[in-house]
Design a protein around this ligand. Sequence first.
Ligand code: HEC
Length: 296
Amino acid sequence: MFRRYSLFVKMLIFLSLIIAISTVGYYLMLNHMQLNQLRNEARTVAEHVVAFRSWVARFGVVWVKDVETEFLGQQDCSRSATFYSKNPALATRELAHIANANSQTNFRVTSDNYRNPKNTPDTFESNAIAWFKKNKAYKERYTMEGENFRYAAPLIIKKGCLKCHSEPSVAPREVIEKYGAERGFGYKLGEIRGVISVTIPTRGMWWESLKGVAVWQILLLILIVIVAFIFTQTVVAKPLHNLAESVEKISLGGKEDLKTGEIPTNTANEIDKVTLAVDRLQLSMQLAMKRLRKKG
Ligand code: HEC
């Protein structure tokens, strides 16, 4: 099918094919690398959140002095100082409030049995919670949702959590007062309480990583095309073209100097071999002609 085409066109088709394949490969590689990078970033955020929550959970609640927007309990220590308590989820929500304002990456804590409607899970989060309940061995779940990378890691009930999430009868009075006894209870050790959900917007990210490497990749491809073109032209196409012209002249009865003296006898160059053979053919043709003329 390509037989009629010149060597140059064939080479061009071949190179285009290589470029197409490497572009697809490059895209797949970049995608994979980017997903890995996003997952690592989300994992780090989730690990930090878990560490922070464990720190709060170790004390049950942490106390802060003076007026705060939200708190679980309240204790007046003297006439001038009031302390307010923060449970792990509330402290995390306040940490998220500060961290999310300063970063592209967002995180939150949610549950299918939430106490605070602010922690209502969205579709990805509900699905992740249901999935972690079925697949206890898994420690994370992630996916691309439009331009956002979504990541979830399970929050497991540990000993420190039981005080406020097992039975309402053992829960601190403030929890019942503030949130009631219906929601966020009934958990046992090791059960999945909810997830840490991390969202990383990826808008412009593709372009950023593409810019970093693609310029060099494109320059390299252009260089390869140029070198391949010069190579086929000088080493293959031009000598073949010259040889074809000489053979044409010989076939019309002309005599051609094929410069065989410049060719080493033990050459491995296919074009040189053909040139030597054509030269021998030219010689034997001339001898045959001479003999014919003598006879005539
Ligand atoms: C001092 C009591 C207390 C302790 C200890 C505690 N929690 Fe909570 N937890 C709460 C309260 C109160 C809320 C509702 C917080 C809010 O308003 O965001 C909550 C909310 C949550 C939520 C968010 C969903 C919801 O119900 O609104 C998760 C998930 C959660 N807790 C998990 C845990 C885990 C896991 C531990 C142990 C590491 C733990 N909690 C320890 C009191 C507690």
